[in-house]
Each structure stands twice: as structure tokens, then as C-alpha cells.
Write a new protein. Structure first.
Length: 408
């Protein structure tokens, strides 16, 4: 009783403000990290993986049977990727974020080496040209180095941004190191060619640096300088036809480069509100190429309708929001930039893929994270989620804990 009266006096007396200021607001420990966000991240990720396997079976079964393969061929391969990716996610969640800071330069150099091997003229035996592009390495297993480069650039950029943040007022001293390293990676990716991945990496890197304190005006200035060189690459050849179809003649009967976008819109439009039903989609019967990968969102729209499409979009929005909330409570700037970069990477790739399916952007070839077929991208994204969980595991006990651990 005496203690209760004392507590009431503290709440109502003149010491109320001081006591509240001295006691940090602690976060619950869930085992995955502090706060409820880590558990939500795992739940959303696993939900997308399960839904992805279900959708992939419907989207790929016809193609598999046409190739004299079992109907579950692509799902089985993706399932192996899911198991490997989840194992890597657990490992990354247990690895201290400081390790990534120490290994950032080595990871970037290894990524650049793989990209160089892909584009060398005498490595076609292990880096064959598929559909006019050399993006894959066949070393017993098939690996797409440009997907690994996304994570490498993310970790390296966050590491260097912490050291360079005092010089961001200077374009030369602050941004020059980033521009040099990014240019090496982007040129190699463009040589594959893979313009969409190059633009994604550039946008992700720029976002991390701006959050760290760089001036957005510098990137606007650099963008204006680079525009004469970027515009021809974006609007030449088949890309010109795709932009014309979207901007000047939307909804017209497709021809050549615009065929996939048109069929994607047909698939989504035929789904209506609730979809035609799981497994009942018609576009997978040869009308929509790459229905299991580049246009799997169109298959979601056709079979699950507006309800299913919105549910998937909301999952990505929630995942991005959780990443930013984890970043807000990160123990130091490096961890914060890691979380921001991961949220940006997943968000940009997801919504660029969705935008292509809706005809907002020309065909880019970007996978839908956790859902599209493609094991390298799947493992990379799950590794990124693991790093995000590691950031959450290192969150200080209280809201004011970051000030004590901030060391850059």
C-alpha cells in the first residue's frame, strides 16, 4: 500500500516529468528481435513464399508439360531455392551487422569478378547467351551475378556512406567514391545487357546515400549530365516500341516488343474482382510468355482478381513499412542504412514488376520478390530479409539506446 501511494505521488507530483524522462521505453523481446516488427517481417515473407509456390505451380505447369517435364518441375526447383534461401536467411539473421561492414569491400569485389566473367567473350561455355542476353553463370548450379550485385552494392554503399557523411556537402570528396564504384558495376550489368537491373541498383544506391545525408540536388545535377547518354539506351531499339505502346498508343493491338504488355493487360482485365479461379487462367497456354517469372503478377490478377492483387501489394507495402520501422530504431547509422536499403530494394523491384504488369512501364525483366521463378533472386532477397532481422536483433533495449551505441 505504501509503495502504491508512492507511485501515485510520482505520477501526479512535480517529479512526474523527470521520472518519465529517466526511464527509456523498452521494446518486447520476441526472439527474432525487439518489437513486433521482426515477427511481422517473417510472417509476411513466409506468406509470400507459400503464395508464390502455389501461384508458380499454376503459371508453370502447362509450360512444363509442353516441354515433356512433370507439371511440378518448376515448383520443385523453386522449392529447393526456398529451403536454401530460408537457411541463408537464418544465418544472416544471426550474423552481427558489423561483419557485413568489415566484409563490404570483399563482397563488392567478388560481385564485380562474377560480372566480369559473365561478359567476357571467351566464357560463353559457362555464361551462354539466352534470349540475346548473357546474365547467367552455369557452374554446376545456375547463378545470376546481377542479383548478387544488388546486395553487394547495398552493403558497400551503407558502409562507405557512414565514413563519407561528413563530406557529402562536396560533390567531389563526398560522392566521387560512390560514382566510381557504382559505374563499374552498372557498366558490367549494362553489357549483359540488363538495363532494368542497372537502374534498380543505381536508384537503391542513391537512396541510401541521400538518407545518409547527401544532397538530392547533386543527384539531380548528375542526372541532367547523364541524360544525353541514358536516353538513347532507354529509347533505342525494341525499348522504343515499348515506350510508344505505353505513352502514345495504350491498349492497341500488340506487335513485336509490345506483345507481352498487351497480353498481361488482357490477363489482369479478365480476372475482374475475384479472379477466374486458381488454375483456371488461360493466358498461361502460350499467350503470355514468361508467365512464371517476368509476368507472374499478371497471372495473380487473372486467377485471383483484384482482391488477390491488392493483397499482394499490401504485403509488400507492409514489408517496406516494417523495414523502415526497424531502421528508425537501429543501433547505429550503418544498421539504419542497411534496413533502409533493404526496404528500398524490395519495394522498388516489387513495384517495378507490378508496374510492368499493369502497363505503366515497358517490359523490364525484373522478378516479383519471393514469388517469381528464379532461385538466385529468391536467395538474394531472403538473405536481405535475414540482414534486416539482424538489424532488429541488435536494436537497443530502449528508445534512447541508439545515442549510446552510435558510432557510425
Amino acid at each position: 500500500m505504501r509503495a502504491a501511494r508512492h507511485r501515485r505521488r510520482l505520477r501526479s507530483g512535480p517529479w512526474a516529468v523527470d521520472v518519465a524522462a529517466r526511464i527509456p521505453r523498452s521494446l518486447p523481446e520476441t526472439g527474432l528481435g525487439r518489437g513486433w516488427e521482426p515477427a511481422a517481417i517473417v510472417f509476411i515473407t513466409v506468406s509470400l513464399l507459400v503464395f508464390g509456390l502455389i501461384t508458380l505451380h499454376s503459371a508453370s505447369s502447362v509450360m512444363a508439360q509442353q516441354g515433356d517435364l512433370p507439371h511440378y518441375h518448376y515448383v520443385a526447383r523453386q522449392g529447393i531455392g526456398v529451403m536454401i534461401g530460408l537457411a541463408i536467411m537464418v544465418v544472416c539473421a544471426c550474423v552481427p551487422t558489423e561483419w557485413w561492414r568489415q566484409m563490404a569491400h570483399h563482397i563488392l569485389l567478388a560481385s564485380i569478378l562474377l560480372l566480369v566473367i559473365v561478359v567476357l567473350p571467351f566464357t560463353e561455355a559457362i555464361a551462354p547467351s539466352i534470349n540475346g542476353a548473357r546474365r547467367w553463370l552455369r557452374l554446376g548450379i545456375t547463378v545470376q551475378p546481377s542479383d548478387l550485385a544488388k546486395l553487394a552494392v547495398l552493403v558497400w554503399t551503407a558502409t562507405v556512406a557512414v565514413r563519407k557523411r561528413e563530406y557529402f556537402h562536396s560533390l567531389g570528396r563526398g560522392l566521387a567514391p560512390f560514382l566510381v564504384a557504382w559505374s563499374v558495376v552498372l557498366v558490367l550489368v549494362l553489357l549483359e545487357p540488363d538495363l532494368s537491373t542497372a537502374l534498380l541498383i543505381a536508384a537503391m544506391g542513391a537512396t541510401i546515400v541521400v538518407v545518409a545525408g547527401a544532397r538530392p540536388a547533386h543527384f539531380v545535377f548528375l542526372g541532367l549530365l547523364a541524360a544525353p547518354f541514358i536516353a538513347p539506351a532507354v529509347t533505342s531499339g525494341y525499348r522504343r516500341s515499348r515506350w510508344q505502346s505505353i505513352l502514345l498508343e495504350p491498349g492497341t493491338v500488340p506487335d513485336g516488343a509490345t506483345y507481352q504488355s498487351y497480353q498481361s493487360l488482357v490477363a489482369i482485365g479478365s480476372g475482374g474482382v475475384t479472379g477466374v479461379g486458381f488454375g483456371e487462367g488461360r493466358q498461361k497456354f502460350g499467350f503470355l510468355p514468361e508467365a512464371h517469372n517476368d509476368f507472374i503478377f499478371a497471372m495473380i490478377g487473372e486467377e485471383w482478381g483484384l482482391v488477390g492483387a491488392l493483397a499482394v501489394i499490401l504485403c509488400y507495402v507492409a514489408l517496406i513499412a516494417m523495414a523502415f520501422r526497424v531502421a528508425r530504431r537501429a543501433r547505429n547509422l550503418f544498421s539504419e542504412l542497411l534496413a533502409i536499403g533493404i526496404g528500398t530494394l524490395i519495394g522498388l523491384q516489387a513495384f517495378l514488376h507490378i508496374g510492368v504488369g499493369l502497363g505503366v512501364f515497358p517490359t523490364t525483366g525484373l522478378s516479383l520478390p519471393f514469388i517469381s521463378f528464379g532461385r538466385t533472386n529468391l536467395v538474394t532477397m531472403l538473405a536481405a530479409v535475414g540482414i534486416l532481422l539482424a538489424v532488429a536483433r541488435e536494436t537497443p533495449e530502449g528508445r534512447t539506446g541508439r545515442a549510446a551505441t552510435e558510432g557510425g
